[in-house]
Design a protein around this ligand. Structure first.
Ligand SMILES: Cc1cc2nc3c(=O)[nH]c(=O)nc-3n(C[C@H](O)[C@H](O)[C@H](O)COP(=O)(O)OP(=O)(O)OC[C@H]3O[C@@H](n4cnc5c(N)ncnc54)[C@H](O)[C@@H]3O)c2cc1C
Length: 332
């Protein structure tokens, strides 16, 4: 088959309700396809996957390739990566996008290797250049550089995309999409790994990228002990805690909490920012925050200027004050 302009999105539906990255990538693929032409396609491998097929169509997929078989019920890296490369070889899409989840990070490089193409990992933007090539923007050298990478020769152009990078399209029940149900290929290799048992452990923690309230702390919190108070406040407000790079580098909090160019993009309804100067590498990830309250000793800090409410005060004192007020209110 001749190569076409199609943009494929790997259906990463495992942990679907915590992980909407496929929907986010579909939305971007729809944007990109208006510039390149071609069809936006999702690929779903598994068993009894109708719900996800319908969901992907409702979120922008014009076509969904499905291989539904009981032997695919449990995930197998060997079989899934083999099937993905088989499908790509057969249908020749121009581009293949995968969520940079643990699952996606495992499968994407294997597929790229089988297809002998390049892969840009953990992209934070995707655009089309004047030559119609996919420009894949990703942090590199530990976040010290932002690289814009193209794949001029090999195909497909492959990228994994960081969750939370793009907003998903609204669910459209009336959307139509073509569903291509394919049988399991006869030459699919036997699985060398046998799943003995699996257990679902629901996480109580919501993802910072999806949280309605985020409390971000910076170096101005002063110490690891003082920073911990932000977690007490977050527990009272059902919020998630984010941090700036110096805080993460000082190991006051794990890398998961990093907000910014080298970390997560967030889109909370309310963002409380404590002791943060507002460097561009941090604020780049806040453009979708609806309402920002910043606390800083310096009224001229950039973060204070971009806030809806700027409180000139000691960040620890304000944090402790809010905790006290919430607790008192709860006692009333
Ligand atoms: C390639 C690259 C990538 C980067 N990626 C990221 C990224 O993803 N995320 C990120 O956050 N940074 C990133 N950075 C670092 C970024 O440039 C800034 O250095 C960082 O965001 C600053 O963090 P901060 O605001 O906590 O610290 P500072 O800039 O030191 O600011 C501390 C603030 O706290 C205030 N303050 C001090 N004491 C108090 C107090 N008691 N009460 C109230 N306020 C107080 C100060 O007035 C100041 O405004 C990156 C840098 C580079 C070069």
């Amino acid at each position: 088959m001749k190569r076409n302009k199609d943009i494929w999105v790997f259906g990463d539906y495992r942990n679907y309700f915590q992980n909407r990255v496929t929907l986010q990538i579909l939305a971007r693929a729809v944007d990109l396809s208006t510039q390149t032409g071609g069809t936006v396609c999702a690929v779903v491998l598994g068993h009894r996957v109708d719900t996800y097929v319908a969901e992907y169509i409702a979120h922008g997929a014009q076509k969904v390739y499905v291989i539904d078989d009981p032997t695919l019920r449990s995930y197998s890296i060997e079989r899934y990566s083999w099937l993905m490369s088989w499908l790509v070889t057969r249908y020749q899409p121009e581009t293949l996008l995968v969520g940079a989840t643990r699952f996606g990070q495992e499968i994407a490089p294997r597929v790229a290797k089988k297809l002998k193409t390049g892969l840009t990992a953990d992209c934070i933007d995707l655009e089309i250049n004047t030559k119609g090539l996919l420009v894949q923007t990703a942090p590199s050298f530990g976040g010290n550089l932002i690289a814009k990478i193209i794949t001029p020769v090999k195909r497909p152009q492959m990228a994994t995309v960081r969750p939370g990078t793009f907003p998903e399209l609204p669910h459209d029940d009336a959307a139509n999409g073509q569903v291509m149900v394919l049988p399991l290929p006869g030459d699919l290799p036997e699985d060398r790994i046998r799943l003995v048992t699996s257990e679902h452990r629901p996480s109580k923690k919501q993802k910072i990228e999806d949280a309605d309230i985020v409390i971000c702390g910076g170096r101005g919190m002063g110490s690891k002990g003082k920073f911990k108070k932000l977690f007490d406040l977050a527990a009272l407000m059902n919020a998630e805690v984010g941090a700036t790079r110096p805080v993460v580098y000082s190991e006051w909090v794990s890398h998961d909490a990093l907000v910014g160019q080298a970390g997560k993009n967030i889109k909370p309804k309310i963002l409380l920012s404590f002791g943060i100067s507002g460097a561009i590498q941090h604020t780049a990830a806040l453009s979708d925050a609806h309402f920002i309250v910043a606390v800083n000793k310096n009224p001229n800090a950039t973060m204070m200027k971009m806030a809806d409410v700027a409180i000139v005060a000691d960040a620890n004192q304000v944090c402790l004050g809010i905790i006290k007020a919430i607790k008192e209110k709860a006692r009333d």
